[in-house]
Design a binder for this molecule. Structure first.
Ligand code: FES
Length: 152
């Protein structure tokens, strides 16, 4: 299921948002890592804010606008962040969480500085890259978006 339409679900109150996204909605792009709020692999955007879905009950998201990594799809064209991260060496497990964290950052603070960017990105865990590739990918996208928003 991939939709921008409201998705009605009937769930037990104790069901986590992560389980509802993956099992009830079939959106398996959101990854399950630690299930303890540590790794950030389960990050989605709720009303524009990054949220760890393993720590949230699905019922708490009722009435909110939620975006998962599937929501970054642009038909056949890759989202600029996905394209940028593809060129970096990563195993890919943490990528969906980073994509949603980075999307939230870029939408809220497109002129974010390197220190603040690194501070936010290190709230999610990546065990492969030491974050340098992820920061470089984000910097490339910020530069690309700056050019596309500039004078024609
Ligand atoms: Fe949610 Fe790790 S699976 S933070």
């Amino acid at each position: 299921m991939s939709t921008s339409e409201p998705t009605p679900l009937r769930l037990e109150p104790r069901r986590t948002l992560l389980d509802a996204i993956r099992d009830e909605c079939g959106l398996t792009g959101t990854h399950m890592g630690c299930e303890h709020g540590v790794c950030g692999a389960c990050t989605v955007l709720i009303d524009g804010d990054p949220v760890r879905t393993c720590l949230m009950f699905a019922v708490q998201a009722q009435g909110s606008a939620m975006r998962t990594v599937e929501g970054l799809a642009r038909g056949e064209e890759l989202h600029p962040l996905k394209r940028a991260l593809m060129t970096r060496r990563q195993c890919g497990f943490c990528t969906p969480g980073f994509l949603m964290l980075a999307t939230g950052v870029l939408e809220r603070e497109p002129d974010i500085g390197d220190d603040a960017l690194l501070d936010i990105l290190t709230s999610n865990l990546c065990r492969c890259t030491g974050y340098q590739g992820i920061v470089a990918a984000m910097r490339a996208v910020i530069a690309e978006l700056g050019r596309s928003n500039g004078p024609a």
